[in-house]
Design a protein around this ligand. Structure first.
Ligand SMILES: Cc1ncc(COP(=O)(O)O)c(C=O)c1O
Length: 297
């Protein structure tokens, strides 16, 4: 990247796919542009395509928004970015627990996700990149194991993947992560998607019966979660009341403040669906929302 080169993000990015590019902007004077969404959180592909030019070196985009559940049209995004010679980095944190992801089919240049989103340990994750890119990139850390040979005059770096794995790795985390991957693969991603898609439709149907609920993000293609506000209660109050009945949801800005700003709200309450959830969980959650209304009315 050089001064004036562009990185295109989407409006829905997690802070972890915004802040590093701002750090690079400070270092190299690159330009960050932001692809828009509509008011139900659909990714606006035509608007995105208009932003592409030979100045764009990277498109860094989420696969599924952790704040809104939108699934971005990744294959089209990647093909369009490649047409102008840009590379694409995908934040797959929220996609990998919910659906089968095929690197060959997507053709992403980089794809990243965290172990703990996939029922694995924290502090470990995956950075996938195409082999030619990894070969072309210098190591980002120096230390043991990332070398083939060292003298005081010169170091020759090791082959992939060792070149990028300096020092003693997070061995326990890696083993735990492997067990988590085996676990979800044995259950079958198609089974997981079908189960969660059913629960998502069930939730969207049931939640409508609750007064004062406003769903934030109702994209045509979404997965894994329902983000919402309630007229009478702040998201943190909703979370606290549900928690007292043993129902854990996430409340806050979900590390995606720019998209909260877009909807002109500080935070939402978010029901996240996992492979372990059942319709009974959703029924209890909806009962909990009625309780919130009773307490605050
Ligand atoms: C879409 C998305 N991207 C990135 C992250 C950050 O993951 P980590 O905290 O493992 O860096 C999260 C998790 O909060 C996420 O949901």
């Amino acid at each position: 990247m050089n001064a004036g080169d562009e990185v295109v993000l989407s409006r829905m990015e997690h802070h972890s796919n915004i802040v590093p590019w701002q750090m690079l902007r400070d270092e190299k004077d690159i330009v960050i542009t932001v692809a828009p969404i509509d008011d139900i959180a659909n990714f606006l592909f035509d608007e995105f395509e208009k932003m592409l030019s030979e100045k764009v070196k990277l498109v860094a985009i989420t696969h599924i928004s952790n704040a809104l559940g939108t699934i971005t049209p990744l294959k089209e995004i990647i093909a369009a970015a490649h047409r102008v010679g840009a590379k694409v980095l995908v934040d797959g944190c929220q996609a990998v627990p919910h659906m089968r992801v095929d690197m060959q089919d997507l053709d992403a240049d980089f794809y990243v996700f965290s172990g703990h989103k996939l029922y694995g340990p924290t502090g470990v994750g995956v950075l996938y990149a195409k082999e030619d890119l990894l070969n072309a990139m210098p190591p980002y850390q120096g230390g043991g194991d990332m070398i083939r040979s060292v003298t005081f005059e010169k170091t020759v770096y090791n082959d992939l993947p060792h070149k990028f794995e300096a020092g003693t790795p997070h061995i326990a985390g890696g083993i735990g992560f492997g067990a988590a991957l085996d676990y979800v693969e044995n259950l079958g991603f198609d089974n997981i998607s079908a189960h969660e898609d059913h629960l998502l439709a069930y939730t969207l149907d049931k939640i409508q019966a609750v007064d004062g609920v406003k769903i934030i993000g109702r994209a045509d293609n979404m997965a894994g979660l329902v983000s919402f506000t309630m007229d009478l209660a702040h998201p943190h109050d909703i979370g606290t009341i549900l928690d007292q009945d043993g129902i854990a949801i996430r409340t806050g800005h979900h590390c995606a403040q720019p998209v909260m700003d877009f909807f002109d709200i500080p935070s939402t309450a978010r029901l996240s669906l996992g492979l372990y959830n059942t319709e009974l969980d959703i029924d209890r959650f909806v009962d909990g929302l009625h309780k919130v209304n009773r307490i605050f009315s």
